[in-house]
Design a protein around this ligand. Sequence first.
Ligand code: OGA
Ligand code: ZN
Length: 385
Amino acid sequence: MQIRSIDWDDRRLTLTWATGETSEFPHLWLRDNCPSAFHPQTGERSFDLLSVEAALKPATAVLNDDGVEIVWAGDGHISRYNAGWLAVRRPGLRRHDPADVTPETWDAGIAAHLPSAEASDLAGGGKVLAQWMESLLRYGIARVTNVSTDAEAGRHLAESIGFLRQTNFGTVFEVVSMPDPNNQAYTSDALPLHTDLPNQELAPGIQFLHCLANEAEGGGSSFVDGYRVAESVHEADPEAFRLLSTVEIPFRFHDRDYDIRSRSPVIVLDRDGRLAEVRFSPHMADTFDLPIEVMEPYYRAFRLFMEHTRDPSLMIATRLAAGEMIVFDNRRVLHGREAFRPNTGFRHLRGFYVDRGEFRSRLRVLRRKTAPMAEAASSGALAVA
Ligand code: OGA
Ligand code: ZN
């Protein structure tokens, strides 16, 4: 974006762009974001905000071919700002973020076009991996096919995205029917639709389930978009939605060595009222300790949510095959499984998590190579004069 003219007063620099639009930049903001304010190697801010007056202002400010050059009154420091750099940082314009993918909610129809990629294509990193990761952020679910049934293959793919989240179940958990289970997943019982570990202060983010064997009778999988369930509860009963998004309920896991608890609403909204997270696990919900006048309406709301999770028109019902890996945002998408009969064949899934933050970080780094222009425009280090 070209700058047509500049002007300033005691508080702000005003740029008039070639389009005729104007943008205002507080002087203190300009000084705080002077290219010299950032360490040349780390890219982190090394400037001390308190080293200048709050009311600092330019002695001169001129427009040149590249952008704006300011000589500051007081210490005479010179700052140069590239026009494009200023354009993408106009106050009020949210910084471009390649990992800021708007969720699109889905219903059962997604089964016909579930985002999917071959493991060997993802292994190369680059564009294919970036697109697959973007789809995962958009829909909260994506599949990987032809993962080797080598037990470690799925984990290696996850580790190429980000380090694994460790929990009390380890960094990798083996979903098999066990003789002395400490979790319903380690039985052969059905698992109603749930998100994993809502009892953790931060529930694990992106979950990977790598299927190594699925030979037993039963053991089908189901997935449902928790955001879509929240929307449909909202349509059906706004008061139930209000209770589910405001009343904190207790979640708990405990065994011999651990007693991990948290309280959270089932539907977590961000400050703008948008869906940020769903936490739902019948087997990890602790005894509700709500006031009596809330308890009964809450049970109605909770049951309604549960009914919607089981609505066949919203749900994917599938059967994982050996060599397949299903990956989903555990803070959004609920997963469940049917009971299986362990004496009819072997069933083994391996699970691990990469938190949302690490997942998004990898996508941004991949996009540096595959969409360098967008990155240059949003990176101070690359665009400074
Ligand atoms: C789990 C789980 C699903 C399955 O381990 O938390 O939900 O299909 N497993 O066994
Ligand atoms: Zn689970």
